[in-house]
Design a protein. Sequence first.
Length: 303
Amino acid sequence: MEIGLVGLGRMGGNMARRWMRGGHRVTGSARSVSTLEAFAKEGLLPATTLEDLVSRLKPPRAVWLMLPAGAATEEAVARLGSLLSSGDVLVDGGNTYYKDDMRRAAALASRGVQYLDQGTSGGIWGLQEGYCLMIGGPPEAVDRLKPAFVTLAPAADRGWGRVGPVGAGHFVKMIHNGIEYGMMQALAEGFALLESKQEFELDLKRVANLWQDGSVVRSWLLDLVARALEQDPGLRGIEPWVEDSGEGRWTVQEAVESAVPAPVMALSLMARFRSRQPKSFADRLLAAMRHQFGGHEIKRPGP
């Protein structure tokens, strides 16, 4: 296929490489000139502007967005909406809020441009292992872009598929990330308990590897736990600060709006917030309350 790609970051860049290795013709756009030059050496056709990118593609066009959710994606969709023609397809493969997809698709429909939302999972391993693609949008548009989806996926018959109308792809990816938060938190807490049992002198990497054969909790995340512990057994080179991409917040917000209980996902998100408060006011107030009602000892900060 002939593919237009806007955004050559960690995800978009590796998607471009996987497409090019699969025989597709990729025209790419990025803000950094040096990034464009580097990818041009790998076979990508560089476009310096969105206008340039669209003009280089033959109708009916297929353009992917791999940009951060929010203003960058909003601006790109608006600009491409005025450049693309009836019959073209615009795919947003970033981490967009699904209600934004629905609004954008309705606006583009007036110009005859079809919109697909592609929830993309696989991270930095996607180039090697393939990506899991959760796609929302018109079936005919998904069918037309099938060769591109198949090349990105782990195999032609698995790891990709249309999950519903516009918005469904990113909604499914949003819930996927909420589940991911809970699984990661459970593994982190479990290994923290193992690490605390100092008298057993447990080899945590060995435990992780042991659980990978026949265990109920075997998983790719457990593979990554073992890999991290091999690289830094005590994790002393890592600060206890955990960021969130935003999809965990949207998942919890959806749970509240739908009145569907999701306590594990909610608490996992709160734990990430907590990780960023090394001098928590809440914890200081808890200590103060214990001192007030029970005379319990307070640890004073050092000089």
